[in-house]
Design a protein around this ligand. Structure first.
Ligand code: GAL
Length: 700
């Protein structure tokens, strides 16, 4: 794959030229290479008496925090009356933070609106699917399609941009809070949806065709007749999947447009060294971070422990092992940089139950964030608040504001360790095994939304399906990027295409060319069954990929939750339940796994073929444990002569900026073998639950 390097060499200088022409920095430039990670914390000056601010900033700085995050819920303090702006209190807070050497990550406050807005302009609230309007008293309940809300939010952002755009203490900006693309059934949303559809389809006939409105006589004559299809009102079984898909697309595009608009305003007034990002809710369901393409990079929030059982007896204290890695691998590839904007420093208020964390857990999470590639991490929040909806939420400090909570002590330890490591000179060339195991998972929100309307089996969950591959790749020691169709496939040696329903011939041709040039393509069940409007092909099931995978797909099956069926691969039997396809290989030797029971016993379940310089594996089912998926991947790596790892569940080994990091979310002690060239810099090879081992590699 030499061609890809040439292509990249040609594209990258053009990108830099375009960015600098607009005075915009490349995402990586905001975080110097010699800095391993920048650590900060959330502070709400409006919650505390002003005479305590300086003490708090001083304590933060003493602990080693480098930035403080402020302002995301402060609209009512910044514009107490319509059009009257009051920045003096925030000026004083920023000045004090700066005095103690803290950079400020400032937020636009558009997630919580002042009371005057709702009284004067009730139409600015969102409307839920039961047609009940949102009310004052909480956050994130405004209609992003409402022109009055947009005008008022644009104005507060512009005022803040003018006021703080040149402030030397401002490090960067976070827009809004956890943009989630809430579904909005208000009159404003309906009107905006009609315009969006008109722009997308041009004529009402094409919309009728795309939505298949001939079915059940729902044909429209004009765009202004279109209602927002509401599964809650008509029953999910009766709702039109194409109309629902377009509503999801519209909702995500409104959310992205809202963010992109804020970026444009900020860029007019802010210095080019202030970055602009937002804090997506981990791997979001409705918001598509790739649409908000004006951001410098996408960051995310992560709360690994919300009370689930997780792994083993202490899992409920250690948190969900998949949470951080999934978010990193999903957000980092978007612009090559990411950070965890919020991570819990202890118990949360919304879990069930909100157990104490196992000592060491916060420390482990932070090391995991570093290993997985975060450029920064901030603790939500610094002080535990004494009142309000989140009064039970832990902070770095206990309720007295000056005593470190257990998570605060672990933060301090992590900061000290990372600063020590920064002093070490280490080789930062990506290790060879990681380069060889550079793997991508093809992801699209369209696909997620399409599955969510028609899972066809209550136990089918696209995220879970995708994560079977992701988890297996991590256990084998691969690096993983979630990529989109817009990305260059040839940067990877292996691409997973999991249950990717809607395709066109161009995409299938790109998959083929990736394979022909030497890539390993792993496609899973349910792929290529539909066109881009979500219609089936007037041809065989998944016909566009028959030739690529070397098989026809005759039928698909699924089982009730209480039943399991089996498939045989390489002498082993794997149970399955949610989805299984009956394959008819074009050549008998393509079949590599077959069903072990049911009336179709012996029918092919997985096919594999060589094509050009590469290979295609088509897995027609989802195994229950994920072991079949892991075996298929392992075989491909073995064929390339790669020595894969075999990490137990809950153990992750990652590499970042010259350091290997192992963490243990399991409830048992795990022994790590860092290899003969390891120089241990932190921790022990016998990794306790919540333990961390960090090492570098020497040449001797
Ligand atoms: C996040 C949110 C924060 C805070 C936190 C509590 O989702 O962005 O503002 O509410 O949850 O865990």
């Amino acid at each position: 794959m030499m061609k890809k390097h040439l292509k990249l060499m040609l594209i990258i200088p053009q990108l830099f030229f375009l960015m600098s022409a607009f005075g915009q920095k490349a995402p990586a430039d905001f975080f110097p290479e010699n800095k391993l990670m920048t650590i900060g914390t959330f502070y709400f000056p409006e919650h505390w008496p002003e005479h305590q601010w300086e003490r708090d900033f001083q304590n933060m700085a003493n602990m080693g925090f480098e930035y403080v995050h402020m302002g995301e819920f402060a609209w009512t303090f910044l514009e107490p009356e319509e059009g009257q702006f009051q920045f003096d209190w925030l000026d004083r807070a920023i000045e004090l933070a700066g005095k103690h050497g803290l950079k400020v990550l400032l937020c636009t406050p558009t997630a919580t609106t002042p009371v005057w807005m709702g009284i004067k302009y009730p139409e600015t609230y969102v409307m839920y699917s039961n047609y009940q309007r949102g009310e004052h008293g909480t956050r994130q309940n405004n209609s992003l399609s409402n022109p009055v809300f947009r005008k008022l939010s644009t104005r507060i952002v512009e005022e803040m941009a003018k006021h703080y755009g040149n402030n030397p203490h401002i490090w960067g900006w976070q827009l809004d809070n956890e943009p989630e693309a809430k579904e909005d059934y208000s009159p404003s949303a309906r009107e905006a949806f009609q315009h969006w559809l008109e722009k997308r389809y041009g004529s009402i006939d094409s919309l009728n065709q795309a939505w298949g409105t001939a079915f059940w006589s729902i044909t429209y004559r004009h765009f202004h007749e279109i209602n927002i299809h509401n599964a809650n009102a008509v029953g999910w079984w009766g709702s039109n999947p194409h109309a629902l898909l377009d509503f999801k697309r519209f909702t995500a595009s409104v959310q992205a447009d809202f963010l992109n608009e804020q970026v444009h305003i900020l860029r007019k007034y802010t210095k080019s060294n202030q970055f602009i990002t937002t804090n997506y809710v981990s791997v979001a369901q409705n918001a598509d971070p790739r649409l908000a393409d004006q951001l410098d990079f996408a960051a995310f929030t992560s709360y690994p422990n919300g009370g689930s059982p997780n792994l083993g007896k202490d899992g409920f204290r250690l948190g969900d092992p998949d949470r951080l890695i999934q978010a990193h691998d999903y957000f980092r590839p978007i612009k090559g940089i990411t950070g965890v904007m919020e991570i819990q420093p202890g118990q949360v208020n919304w879990g069930n139950p909100n157990a104490l964390l196992l000592p060491g857990t916060v420390h482990m999470w932070l090391w995991h964030c570093f290993g997985a590639g975060s450029s920064f991490a901030s603790s939500y929040r610094y002080r535990q608040i004494l009142y309000g909806a989140e009064q039970y939420h832990a902070g770095i400090m206990k309720t007295d504001g000056i005593t470190l909570a257990p998570g605060g002590i672990e933060y301090r330890q992590f900061i000290q360790e990372i600063r020590q490591l920064e002093k070490m000179k280490v080789a930062t060339t990506v290790p060879e095994r990681l380069q060889q195991m550079k793997t991508a998972i093809l992801w699209s929100h369209d696909n997620l939304w399409d599955h969510s309307r028609q899972p066809q089996n209550g136990n089918w969950n696209l995220w879970q399906h995708v994560f079977k591959y992701h988890r297996a790749l991590k256990a084998l020691g691969a690096t993983v990027d979630y990529i989109s169709e817009k990305d260059d496939f040839n940067q990877y040696n292996m691409i997973i295409v999991p249950a990717y329903q809607s395709v066109d011939t161009v995409l299938v041709a790109r998959w083929r060319s990736f394979v022909e040039q030497g890539g390993d393509l792993i496609i899973s069940c349910r792929t290529a069954t539909k066109d881009r409007n979500g219609h089936f092909w007037e041809a065989g099931w998944a016909a566009p990929i028959d030739d690529l995978i070397g098989a026809e797909i005759d039928h698909y099956d699924m089982l009730p939750g209480y039943q399991q069926a089996h498939v045989q691969f390489n002498g082993e039997v794997h149970a399955w339940n949610t989805w299984g396809e009956l394959l008819n290989p074009l050549k008998a030797e393509f079949g590599i796994a077959s069903y072990a029971d049911q009336f179709y016993q012996g029918t092919t379940a997985v096919v594999f073929r060589k094509l050009g310089k590469g290979t295609v594996t088509y897995n027609g089912l989802e195994s229950l444990s994920g072991k079949l998926e892991k075996e298929l991947l392992k075989q491909r790596f073995a064929a390339r002569g790669i020595n894969t790892l075999d990490l137990p569940p809950g153990v992750f080994v990652s590499w970042n900026k010259g350091f290997w990091v192992a963490v243990n979310y399991s409830s048992e002690v795990q022994t790590i073998d860092p290899g003969p060239h390891a120089r241990l810099v932190l921790g022990e090879k016998m990794l306790q639950p919540a333990g961390v081992l960090v090492w570098t590699e020497t040449n001797d």
